[in-house]
Ligand binder design. Structure first.
Ligand SMILES: [Zn+2]
Length: 330
């Protein structure tokens, strides 16, 4: 209850930035702030916007299906993100994991798909003639937001080591994305350190508690555990834009921090009491926001010291363009 109130108050504060002098104050203070790196937008949302149907991530191989059957579409999304202003593009093998690929036994292996995803990033960079950086994706091994389904430690280590061997000397950063438990997040980031100098560890609090991972562990505790790993950056992703802001005070304890949120804000829905699944709860308690409204949150995150800003679910290249406009003013 207390958390909900915080979110509501924050949103009122945020919208007020547009109306009065506070907005000008933010603009004036931008000059003192380092330019953040811009991360790309959501791949699934972009695929759907281009008419490519994606079945539920809970029951299918989701974007990995497109990686297998329509890699040109993914390459074009990378190109469009780079042209929109992304400094970093992430490999598209998020759903290509040994556990999830069991759903389509005829699929290539996850390491083969990681190599394909890496090649698509490289091709997009060559095509655009840019120096865009590549983030190699370390996804959860099983269904996102379901840490209860994760694998035993030896299997997680083998998975992340195999991906690491593909990424070594080929990517600029390894990004552990949408980590839903301290167990999985710390194993992923620890293994990533063996294969790259730059490790980013991103937690999600998507669920029915705004300050907890889907594992029910406190986000603050997860960040504290991440601090022990001596990595470069901790982030939050796949959370509402306003609830992402709630994580900043703790994230600031890391050397650098970042946010790539969903294009939505928290909005309590009456059907809450009828929903038990934490991901459904998240979905039913949201209000979509526009790229320009998302940009207003990005302004606030940058102002508070974020070094990496991008987009997760429902964000598009239009969101990246809006963030780029902000960053260009710094
Ligand atoms: Zn997301």
């Amino acid at each position: 209850m207390e958390e909900s109130k915080q979110c509501l108050n924050f949103y009122v504060k945020q919208t007020s930035l547009k109306k009065g002098n506070k907005y000008t104050k933010y603009v004036l203070e931008w000059t003192k702030i380092m330019k953040p790196l811009i991360l790309d937008s959501a791949i699934g949302t972009e695929l759907e916007n281009r008419g490519i149907h994606l079945p539920s991530f809970k029951t299918s191989i989701w974007s990995a299906h497109c990686l297998i059957h329509n890699p040109e579409a993914i390459r074009q999304i990378h190109i469009d993100n780079i042209e929109a202003g992304a400094d970093v593009i992430t490999t598209s093998n998020y759903q290509a994991t040994p556990e999830l690929l069991k759903r389509e036994p005829s699929s290539p292996t996850y390491d083969d798909l990681a190599k394909r995803a890496l090649e698509l990033c490289k091709e997009a960079i060559i095509k655009t003639g840019t120096q865009t950086k590549i983030a190699g994706c370390y996804p959860p091994i099983h269904v996102t937001f379901r840490p209860d389904l994760t694998s035993k430690e030896s299997e997680l280590i083998e998975f992340y080591e195999t991906l690491g061997q593909t990424y070594e000397n080929e990517v600029d950063v390894i990004i552990c994305e949408t980590m839903s438990s301290i167990y999985e997040g710390t194993i992923a980031a620890s293994i990533a350190k063996h294969y790259t100098d730059t490790v980013w560890l991103s937690w999600t609090t998507r669920g029915n508690k705004l300050n907890r991972l889907p594992s029910t562990e406190l986000l603050d505790l997860a960040i504290s555990e991440g601090l022990k790993l001596d990595i470069d950056c901790q982030l939050v992703n796949c959370v509402h834009a306003d609830t992402a802001s709630l994580a900043i005070e703790k994230l600031k304890e890391e050397k650098s921090f970042g946010i790539y949120a969903n294009s939505s804000i928290y909005k309590k829905n009456d059907i809450e009491s009828f929903v038990s699944d934490s991901d459904d709860w998240h979905y039913h308690n949201h209000q979509p926001i526009t790229p320009i409204e998302y940009k207003d949150f990005a302004v606030e995150w940058i102002h508070r010291g974020a070094s990496v800003i991008g987009g997760c679910c429902r964000t598009t290249t239009d969101h990246i363009k809006e963030i780029k406009k902000v960053v260009d003013l710094l």
